[in-house]
Design a protein around this ligand. Sequence first.
Ligand SMILES: Nc1ncnc2c1ncn2[C@@H]1O[C@H](COP(=O)(O)OP(=O)(O)OP(=O)(O)O)[C@@H](O)[C@H]1O
Length: 885
Amino acid sequence: MFNIKRYDVEEQSSDKNTSSNATLSAQERLIKLNARLNKNKPHKELQEKEENKNKDKTQQQQQQQQQQQSSSKHLRYDNNDSIETNPYKQKRAREQEDQHHLKKHGKKWEKREKELKDSDLVPNDVRLAMKAEAEAAEALARGILQPINSVPEPTAASAPSLKSTQQQQQQDNKEDEEMEKKEEEDKDITSEGQKQEAEGGMDDVAMDAALADIESALVPLPTFEVKEITAEEKERAKSMGIPDWLAHPIKIEPETNTPIDAPMFRLSSRLIKQCKKAGITECFAVQTAVIPVLMRARHLGDIRKAPGDLCVSAPTGSGKTLAYVLPIIEILSQRVVTRLRALVVLPTRDLCVQVKETFETFVKGTDLKIATSTGQNSFAHEQNILVGETYARPNGPKVLGGHSRVDILITTPGRLIDHIKSTPNFTLQHLRFLVIDEADRLLNQSFQDWLYHILTAIHPSPERKLLGIDGSENIQLKRDQYGFPIHDAIAPAFLPSFFRLPESDVEDPKALSVQKLLFSATLTRNPAKIASLQLSDPQYVAVQEGGLDGDEKQKYTTPAGLTEYMIVCESSEKPLMVLHLLYNRNVRSALCFTKSVESAHRLCKLIQLYEKTRTAPVSSSSLSTIPKDNKVDSEIKERSKGDESQGDSEPDDGNNDDDDDSSSSSSEDSDSEDENESSDDDDEEEEEEDGSEKSDVEMEDVETTTKSTDPFDSSSEIEVDPSISTTTTTATATMSAPPIVVAEYSSDLPKSKRQSILRAFNKGEIHLLICSDLISRGMDLSPVSVVINYDVPVYMKKYIHRVGRTARAGKTGTAYSLVEMQEARHFKEMVSKAGHWEKIHRMKIKDQETKELVPAYTKALAGLKEALVSSRAASRKGIHRRARK
Ligand SMILES: Nc1ncnc2c1ncn2[C@@H]1O[C@H](COP(=O)(O)OP(=O)(O)OP(=O)(O)O)[C@@H](O)[C@H]1O
């Protein structure tokens, strides 16, 4: 018969301490904790205690001897009356039997492993399998699991009826009560030490660990006030289909920092050391809120109550990554067998690389293995990394429960689905954590039904037995030499397929399911999207300014150190504005976002030409007239056809929205950074439709910089200022400025080039990095001090992520948005609706300020067409060369 009590024991053999601890009742734990706390009492008291202890020890030894004799007797004579009538003794006998079994089999496995150890003939995989088997044998020996086939199938006669279950429960309760009574009596007559021995002889180490465990369990979790929900608010959320938990998050002030070694985090000294080494002495607000919650259920093999899922919304640069990286490492570091237990899904390859680097920083000192799967490498190469060459072979060995060479996988959704479908022995059944970072972005991606596939792989339907990756029944459950299934081959989520688990409730165990963790600076509140995640017992944590009294109208919180400006200008003036920021305002370490890869390329070329030109003499001929048509070349004209709505008055910008980055959503995932704004912000649009009030935006306070002498005004031929139409012009201020290095960054570039650009930017060797939205989300480029929105985004979420590339981790930063005249109304509407209008300062740039830039700019503009043609030819050559290789 399945033994409920035994399920309290840890599944992982590695965790010896917790198994002993799990057998303690809450009352006992408190007694022991009190004993430990007494250690801190005054010296005299301690002395007395010490004396008593010594006395007790002698008594204890005597009593132990007696007990051992009596229990071994009971074991030998099963029919002995006393053991049958005394459940307390029964329990003890059972435990001793387990210990005996464990010793016996443990030794066997140790011996076998020793024999094969260091043998060159034994491949690593076999060693791993042996390790798993040893662990499984140990777990089975401890009686943690009983195979379903060892339990008679429920028949009409044998299946427990509700009544018989109730009877059984009553019986159990009675037994428990008796046991408790007996234990109470014991308490009076035995010393604490005797009691420990009687309870299975906890050694000092185990005791210390157990007590530490209890003590840390008693460290209260941080409490955050939750605003009371009014009936009206409840009704409103309900009418919009938003569940209560999502409509009313647990709010935390951004400044809620806590020392990294605070007991509530329960981080090991190893990890604290790593953090301090990395310059992290305090946990930021989001980490303060999230880490203790995740660390609450930190035992890997804990198959009791499944922990609830978390949705976390916190400003850009507020440290969301570490909020999941630290607890995942801490919890997984106790694992024995390598299994895929944490999966982090991200929207782009670059982000995967970044998050992997973060994991690698803190994983030092553990033997956890981390991998990325993004489609940058060949599929076969990734398969080899994930499951090993042998197991990845279609005709290779199929292991029930799969096989993994990594503990933590960081991946883009498309490539992950490919592995779920096509990599033999790759399985998500052992997952303990599923992290969806940049969650709102990912939830807008529906290609390949990635979420459905993941959720299916994690949660098999109750009818579906684990029959192997191909669903065929020919794969047998892996068993040990005694015929027991190897426990580690079965994930907690799949346990019910093989083992009869009790129905869940707080006390009774159930299979631990994966904990889903969602993170974003702009988390969706779209009920349909949230529902698609099948969250269990979720909580919504939001780091938000103003805490409970925070401005409800303020939809997203931006970093405290961020200063935002908008410059309203003609579209033709935008390049000049960028030059003004660079050369007159000394802007450096800046990211400049354009709306497309092509647009980024042209702007980059133009500024590079300007840089070349500004120190060279400017001939009057090149300045006599500026192209009548605002477009500098027919190529741009051609490219801009697709975007009529934006007008066609940009000198350097084709206005094409055919963003190359977005078009590449293949099964290889590309960088599904798709900068397709409409898809990115689907839910934002939906929320608008959900009845939130339309803001009443007035435009009078939007100051525009309308230049009287617009050198690129398409309506008239520009007269060149006489002062600069001389044969040589000296643009004094800009000429003397040190060289400025500008580069572009887009998905068009090969991986190695991208990496070298980021490295150079991080070292300060690139002053302005012009990019599409490839790096607008999640990327943590520490030196960014300025963000320029060359093309303002149409949706607020994108704005928040872009400007959030600066002012990260408590630093300061500035964002400039170049708002075209015709966009000004929309822009104001967008930010007002998000409750953000007050934060944006209007900035006027006077003609006088840009005057000196014009001559070299005009020349650069004239040379742009040629530069674009030659760069295009060069890039074609490069593509051919790469293809030939
Ligand atoms: N407790 C901390 N102390 C000091 N620095 C920290 C701490 N936590 C995180 N950081 C640093 O803050 C920076 C931003 O962190 P992270 O990238 O996790 O932010 P984020 O909230 O995920 O931002 P985004 O929403 O843009 O993805 C990183 O450089 C990280 O190393």
